[in-house]
Design a protein around this ligand. Structure first.
Ligand code: NAD
Length: 372
């Protein structure tokens, strides 16, 4: 296969992660052509020029539409704020490009459905940035569940907490605007749902609450602006398997840095994971001598592929950025027609439908069925 030409839109937190992944994927995996970093787009030509030099892209533009129509580009990485995703993804898809779009897919279900329709019409590959499903430890958890090591799952609890919005005097920014979506639901809830999707399947119905810890935040001129999104959300979920679950999200949780605490309870055991300790999982199995039963800690290592592509020694730890490199390899695999573990627009829409049901439930205060 000829090297893929890459176009990157946005170079903030996620843009840099995508750029590092495109730079590293061939070196880490050794089984794909080195992608050609063709064009980078930013909000201005000056910023694009600086970032293209830093991140190794051949050309730079201040106009993302030029990038999506550029013949040197085969895949478009979209890492801009949420509100831009639909226009950028649809334009890229309609220009015949593959798309790697950051989560959430969109800020309204109607926009997400339009993105899905565009991708169905074009037949190109369109995947979403659900990096946490790529953790080799998460793949181990998935295998242990499939093998029935803890028996049928009857309950799952996912808590996702960070403190980047915990300070009531932190400046108002795009994540406080309604144009970014509902708040914690689109920001964190979609990640929790991506884990549910690969570990235990879909959600049948939801019941929840969304909360605003602070009603306003300061803006640059010293005045305060009303917060339009909900930084806290708590949801009861009923899975398609019949199992119950809880999803609790808080992006104003002082002291929590990158917590995604997952507890999966089965009839014969329990699995416990936390993204803040992303290289380990705790397994409890109710067998053997009851006096010596207990959780055991399994550290990630070369027995948990594709850890072995990064390091030959167990316990030396992968990092967040490595998950993006794995995601990038999976995306290339999907483009090549291989089996790949990605959440594409087809499965991503179920996450968006679930988020929509959660927001409606929070407004109505009742259980809401998730659209199929
Ligand atoms: P950011 O603010 O750090 O970066 C956004 C970038 O987009 C900036 O460089 C900005 O200049 C650029 N941009 C804005 N408008 C543009 C335009 N018209 N043309 C070109 N570039 C433009 O934001 P971020 O934290 O990187 O978030 C971006 C996306 O990534 C969001 O959708 C967010 O939800 C997602 N995200 C995903 C994860 C994850 O774990 N997968 C983590 C953080 C953020």
């Amino acid at each position: 296969m000829a090297p893929l030409g890459i176009g990157l839109i946005g170079t903030g937190y996620m843009g840099k992660c995508h750029a590092l992944a495109w730079n590293a994927v061939a070196s880490v995996f050794g089984d794909v052509e080195r992608p050609r970093l063709a064009v980078l787009a930013e909000s201005s030509q000056d910023l694009a020029d600086i970032r293209a030099r830093e991140l190794g892209f051949e050309r730079a533009t201040g106009d993302w539409r030029a990038l999506v129509n550029d013949p040197a580009v085969d895949v478009v990485s979209i890492t801009t704020p949420n509100a831009f995703h639909p226009a950028m993804a649809i334009a890229a898809i309609e220009a015949g490009k593959h798309v790697w779009c950051e989560k959430p897919m969109a800020t309204t279900l109607a926009d997400a459905e339009r993105m899905l329709e565009a991708s169905r019409r074009a037949g190109t590959v369109a995947v979403l940035g659900y990096n946490y499903i790529q953790n080799p430890i998460m793949r181990l958890i998935r295998s242990l569940l499939t093998e029935g090591r803890i028996g049928p799952v009857n309950h799952i609890r996912i808590e996702m907490d960070e403190d980047f919005m915990a300070d009531p005097d932190a400046l108002f920014f795009w994540k406080s605007e309604a144009s970014s979506g509902h708040g914690a639901l689109d920001d964190f809830g979609v990640h929790a749902l991506s884990l549910l999707t690969i570990l235990v399947g879909g959600v049948r119905r939801v019941c929840g609450q969304m909360a605003r810890p602070y009603v306003d935040r300061p803006v640059e001129d010293g005045t305060r602006r009303a917060v339009e999104t909900f930084d806290i959300a708590t949801m009861l979920v009923e899975l398609e398997t019949g199992a119950s679950g809880v999803i609790a999200l808080n992006r104003s949780a002082w002291g929590r840095k990158g917590r995604i605490a997952v507890q999966i309870f089965g009839s014969r055991g329990t699995l416990v994971f936390d993204q803040e300790r992303m290289n380990e999982v705790q397994l409890f199995v109710a067998d053997g001598d009851p006096r010596t039963r207990g959780f055991r800690t399994i550290l990630s290592g070369p027995d948990h592929p594709p850890y072995d592509r990064f390091l030959p020694a167990a316990g030396h730890s992968l990092g967040f950025g490595d998950l993006k490199i794995i995601e990038c390899r999976e995306l290339i695999g999907r483009i090549r027609g291989e089996d790949a573990m990605v959440i594409d627009f087809e499965s991503g829409i179920r996450i968006e439908r679930c988020v929509d049901a959660m927001a409606r439930s929070a407004r109505s205060g009742t259980w809401v069925e998730v659209a199929t």
